[in-house]
Design a protein around this ligand. Structure first.
Ligand code: SF4
Length: 198
């Protein structure tokens, strides 16, 4: 069975789905089967809520105060298990919850899911990926033509609702594109993290 919880650089992560509505050019899934201490992050079938809870019950959270939803897929594609397992981790283990996401959940689900996320998520990192719609579509290769605009709207609303929001880009972008991404993030009042491509 694939790893549901795994650790990497002193963080614990939840890998709850392999579904994703993007095909990013830098996605680690295309060249490795696992990261960090995980053996394999490819599920035969996405884990059920009960399987995620069991993985949590078998994990020693003593050294951790935050659980990050980020695995080999987009966590919000498994919205119900994300919400219910995050609530379980908060209530039973006192974990803060961070979500790493592509920011397309409202498009994917065809409704505003932010009120539901806000009930269990403490902070969010959104993949900005590029500073313009053209480059975003080229880098992220999403299932939706209006994904860039929807992702920005999602980020703005999430910032109003949850507060703790940051953008990320991967350093596969040119210096000019990273600078333009910083400018866009600043204009939205959201911090930007530049991640190393690995
Ligand atoms: S959104 Fe994340 S999981 Fe999906 S293709 Fe992009 S990097 Fe990979």
């Amino acid at each position: 069975m694939a790893d549901i919880l795994y650790t990497y650089q002193n963080q614990v992560y939840a890998n709850i789905t392999n579904k994703c509505d993007c095909s990013c050019v830098f996605c680690i899934r295309s060249h490795k089967d696992a990261i960090g201490e995980a053996d394999n992050l490819w599920h035969k079938n996405d884990p059920s809520l009960e399987e995620i809870k069991k993985a949590m019950d078998e994990f020693d959270f003593t050294e951790y105060d935050e659980l990050v939803y980020c695995g080999y897929g987009e966590p919000t594609c498994a919205l119900q298990t994300l919400l219910e397992s995050a609530a379980y981790a908060k209530e039973k283990y006192g974990m803060k919850i961070r979500l790493n996401t592509n920011g397309l959940a409202n498009l994917y689900h065809g409704r505003d899911v932010i009120p539901e996320l806000a009930q269990v998520i403490d902070s969010v990192s959104i993949s900005l990926n590029a500073p313009t719609p053209e480059r975003y579509l080229a880098v992220t290769r999403p299932s939706f033509d209006d994904a860039f605009e929807a992702m920005l709207a999602f980020a703005a609303k999430l910032k109003e609702t949850i507060g703790q929001v940051q953008f990320s880009v991967v350093d596969v972008l040119s210096e000019e594109e990273v600078a333009a991404s910083k400018k866009l993030a600043e204009e939205m009042g959201i911090a930007l993290r530049v991640r190393k491509y690995s």
